[in-house]
Structures are given as structure tokens and as C-alpha cells.
Write a new protein. Structure first.
Length: 150
């Protein structure tokens, strides 16, 4: 008789930081779907521009490849911020950026995005990134947009 020792190996599951909408995703059977990894891609050299106007982003809905840089160009007359839907205001953005190093942590506070300024961000992970300006809207209403990364 051969005796084989049993070895127990602990397994750690990592959950990606995602928007509230992504966390609410469900499978066909109604059970929640939880992402366990977040694949990232290096910058691909591509760049697209989102015009930040007074009370709107253009385009509102943008689809890009992972690794693409998005340049937000404040062409309005007012300060704006760009916040992920999961963040309530500039203070919440600052707190998130100070503690979250995931690809889902991005945005710019209104104090750093005056008229004529640019904000650049490379989206390295596939996913859906809804965002808004808390000065001129709320998530999904008013000044908002969505970036879909393939």
C-alpha cells in the first residue's frame, strides 16, 4: 500500500475593482457574476479625444481597444471634473486615487481641469467605464459618458 500525503494549498481569489453597474452583473441563471482577475494591456500608441464642453462630453459613448489613451480636452468655459460613477465628488476621487492602484481608479478633480486644460488616461483593462461631471450632472444624467474598452 502506498500512502500519499495530502497537501492543502490556500487559494486567494482577487476581485477586480469595477463600477457598481459591473458589480451588479448577473449570469443567465440570475446568479451574480464576479470578476476574479483584471487583465491589463500595455499602451498601444493609439489616442482618441473626448471634447469636454459645458454640460456635455463628445462623444458620449466611446469604444476603444485596451491600451488606448483617451485625451479629455476641456473646451468649455467652466471647470469640470471627470469622475467614475462609483465616486461622489472631488474628495471621493482623491481618496480613491490615494488608495486604489487598479486600472479602474482614474479621473480628474475640477481643481486640476480648468478651461483649456487636458487630462490624459490610458485604459489598460477591458471593461465598461461610466463617468460623469459632478458639477453638471449625476451618474447617467446630465454631463456623463461611457468608455467601453475591448
Amino acid at each position: 500500500m502506498v500512502v500519499v500525503p495530502l497537501v492543502m494549498v490556500p487559494v486567494t481569489m482577487l476581485t477586480a475593482c469595477t463600477s457598481d453597474a459591473a458589480r451588479r452583473s448577473t449570469a443567465d441563471d440570475g446568479d451574480p457574476v464576479v470578476a476574479t482577475t483584471m487583465a491589463t494591456f500595455p499602451p498601444n500608441g493609439e489616442s482618441v479625444t473626448v471634447q469636454v464642453l459645458d454640460n456635455s462630453y463628445r462623444p458620449i459613448d466611446l469604444e476603444i481597444a485596451a491600451g488606448t489613451e483617451v485625451v479629455f480636452d476641456n473646451r468649455g468655459r467652466n471647470e469640470h471634473n471627470i469622475l467614475p460613477d462609483s465616486v461622489e465628488d472631488d474628495a471621493g476621487l482623491s481618496a480613491m486615487l490615494a488608495t486604489d492602484v487598479s486600472p479602474a481608479a482614474w479621473g480628474v478633480a475640477s481643481t486640476e481641469f480648468a478651461p483649456g486644460e487636458l487630462f490624459r488616461h490610458v485604459f489598460t483593462a477591458p471593461g465598461v467605464y461610466p463617468y460623469y461631471c459632478s458639477i453638471h450632472g449625476v451618474p447617467g444624467v446630465g454631463m456623463y459618458g461611457v468608455i467601453r474598452v475591448d
